[in-house]
Write a protein of this length. Structure first.
Length: 130
């Protein structure tokens, strides 16, 4: 029996009408440097070299609808982003171009949408000793 090959997640890739524009939003949000840029493709990643985010231009991109409906493009995935202060993180994301949908399913998590409409969640990890 052959040993299982090694698998390492390198990045999650988000489609967008403009890869560079969406990459710039997430660079501002996460403070990650650009790792690679070419026409229609941008990669950003944390300085420690772990998995990052990639963005590709998709001319037929359709904005996802949050919350989902049967008649509109549904989100296929979302990002969960841990922050140290929820209210200031929301303010920072809004200043970069995010929007806050009306529907918020949890009191301690904020769902926002990036400029291309992808939902993402901001949360503060609960203190396990509290």
């Amino acid at each position: 029996m052959q040993p299982q090959p090694r698998f390492t997640l390198a990045a999650a890739t988000l489609d967008a009408p403009d890869a560079r524009e969406l990459a710039q939003f997430y660079q501002g949000l996460l403070a990650w440097p650009m790792r690679k840029e070419q026409p229609g493709w941008v990669e950003i990643a944390p300085p420690n070299g772990s998995a990052g985010l990639s963005f590709q231009t998709e001319p037929l991109f359709t904005r996802p609808k949050w919350p989902s409906t049967r008649s509109e493009q549904q989100m296929m995935m979302h990002l969960d982003i841990e922050v140290n202060d929820l209210s200031s993180a929301v303010e920072h994301a809004l200043a970069l171009g995010a929007t806050v949908p009306d529907f918020q399913p949890q009191e301690d998590v904020r769902v926002l949408c990036d400029p291309a409409g992808h939902p993402f969640c901001l949360f503060v990890r609960p203190n396990p000793s509290a």
